[in-house]
Design a binder for this molecule. Sequence first.
Ligand code: ADP
Ligand code: MG
Length: 278
Amino acid sequence: MDGNEITIINSQNYISILIIFAPLTINNSPLTIIPLTRIIEIHQITKTFAVGQEQVHALKGVNLVINKGEYVALMGPSGSGKSTLMNMLGCLDTPTSGTYILNGTDVSKMDDSELAEVRNKDIGFVFQTFNLMPRLTALGNVALPLVYAGKNKETREQRAIEVLKHVKLEDRMNHKPNELSGGQRQRVAIARALVNNPAIILADEPTGNLDTKTSMEIMALFEEIHQQGNTVILITHEEDIAKFAYRVVRLRDGVVESDEQNTNRSRLNAAVGGYTNR
Ligand code: ADP
Ligand code: MG
């Protein structure tokens, strides 16, 4: 393709893909522009639970678009629908109505076994309570999603070690969860979330069980993961934690109340590798 060409594909009133082809240069070095790819596209999602005779409308028409590589905090008071939305995003549940396109696939009408497959391939979960297997070592925990993905033992171990090095836990890989500190356990859980190269990392209150210093170490790790091009969605009710994200989406009463870029973002100087191995 010659010259500078901009291709805009319009679907459902949104600009889907913006690709700028070379040769754009700044100071004679090529300017790389990463195309915006929609990783999450949620349209008018509702979720209604039946409780006895009553209907509880947990989500009342949520719209949300998240592009590849974004780092978004999902906030809201208790009962606003965060967990319900997180369950949708993580393919743990399906909506009552509306559509959810994850990584180009409509997952809103999938059955349980199809959802399980998508979860294993496309989503890395990080939970407040770590959710590690107590009998497995750090290495065993991190390698586990690769068992489900059908990888052979050698590949599993190689990849698990690589990711454990990434979270600076290579010297603890033969330890079981009860031989690790809270921060180390959460780093094992983050390594496990990363091991399959998922489309999105979904973290539900990941610092909820950690002290402030350890929380900052974990947030530094999320920043690094984001810098490496991963899509990170962080569910939190803590303003101090949400401040590290680049975009903040607030829910209230089952709808998106606000959706803003975070202009006053907190930065961690220790962002790359600055956390300690406690
Ligand atoms: P949050 O995580 O923001 O605290 P939730 O998504 O857990 O909010 O809940 C949103 C609303 O939906 C609340 O009113 C809650 O009581 C209701 N709800 C959530 N899950 C269920 C369920 N499984 N059955 C019935 N009601 C539910
Ligand atoms: Mg909740």
